[in-house]
Write a protein that binds this ligand. Structure first.
Ligand code: PGA
Length: 262
């Protein structure tokens, strides 16, 4: 790789969050398309996060490609009598290198506490998985102007328990809850200010960790709005829900990320 290319790192990151969608046949069609059309990406790491039963399929189709894969949740315990849970070690067995932690669709519906989320974050790290920690405020909180306080508090449990250095090479995804699945993405200005807030907060505690942390934006990202969002300082890529289920749309977003690398 030329010196010029080396300067283009760190890469952008685009993560597909398939949520509870898909089946063997549909997944195969999507992945085949991704493999074909994303193989030329140089500065963008693509990650697919699927439901647990399909991790074996991801492993068999994506190994030896430039696309990584991961899960959408992990148990906070290492092993034991925890019916229905899946451990970090098990995710590693299926070649996962990423795991989404604390998505609002889990923290709200399954009452996940900040403490649980912090434990999952650490378990992931301890097993060599890159945690993708989701943070974000509700519409009421944004309208009340307390969004930074809310996000700050979501980060504080991890920071006070494990220290800010755990964000080194980790990922935070800013996902305003009002933007998820609504078609109403945050504006580049709104995202810019929150991403800067997050980076500054970590930076005042540990500047090396802040430099090595990636901050994604998630919430109604599509091919069109990605063009403006991905050039915003401190937006290192996106976490994509709905549009990751459509090959053309998702690949379009990945190519926007690639072209946004200066
Ligand atoms: P969306 O989901 O792209 O469908 O809004 C984003 C997410 O939940 O991460």
């Amino acid at each position: 790789m030329s010196q010029n290319n080396t300067q283009k790192f760190p890469r952008k990151l685009v993560v597909a969050n398939w949520k509870m969608h898909g089946n063997l046949k549909q997944n195969e069609a999507l992945l085949t398309d991704f493999i074909q059309n994303l193989s030329t990406l140089k500065y963008t790491q693509v990650v697919v996060c699927a439901p647990y039963p399909y991790l074996a399929q991801l492993q068999s189709m994506l190994q030896h490609t430039n696309i990584a894969w991961g899960a959408q949740n992990v148990a906070k315990n290492e092993f034991g009598a925890f019916t229905g849970e899946v451990s970090a070690e098990m995710l590693r067995d299926f070649g996962c290198s990423y795991v989404i932690i604390g998505h609002s669709e889990r923290s709200t519906a399954y009452c996940e506490s900040d403490e649980n989320i912090a434990q999952k974050f650490m378990v992931a790290k301890n097993h060599g998985l890159t945690p993708i920690l989701c943070v974000g405020e509700t519409l009421i909180e944004r309208e009340a102007g307390v969004m930074e306080m809310v996000v700050s508090k979501q980060l504080d449990t991890i920071i006070s328990t494990y220290g800010a250095e755990v964000f080194t090479d980790a990922i935070i995804s800013y996902e305003p809850i009002w933007a998820i699945g609504t078609g109403l993405a945050a504006t580049p200005i709104q995202a810019k200010s929150m991403h800067q807030f997050i980076r500054n907060k970590i930076s005042t505690l540990n500047s090396d960790a802040a430099n090595r942390l990636k901050i994604l934006y998630g919430g109604s990202v599509n091919r069109q709005n990605a063009v403006q969002l991905f050039v915003v300082p401190n937006i290192d890529g996106g976490l994509i829900g709905k549009c990751s289920l459509n090959a053309q749309e998702f690949e379009g977003i990945c190519h926007v990320a690639e072209n946004s690398v200066e």
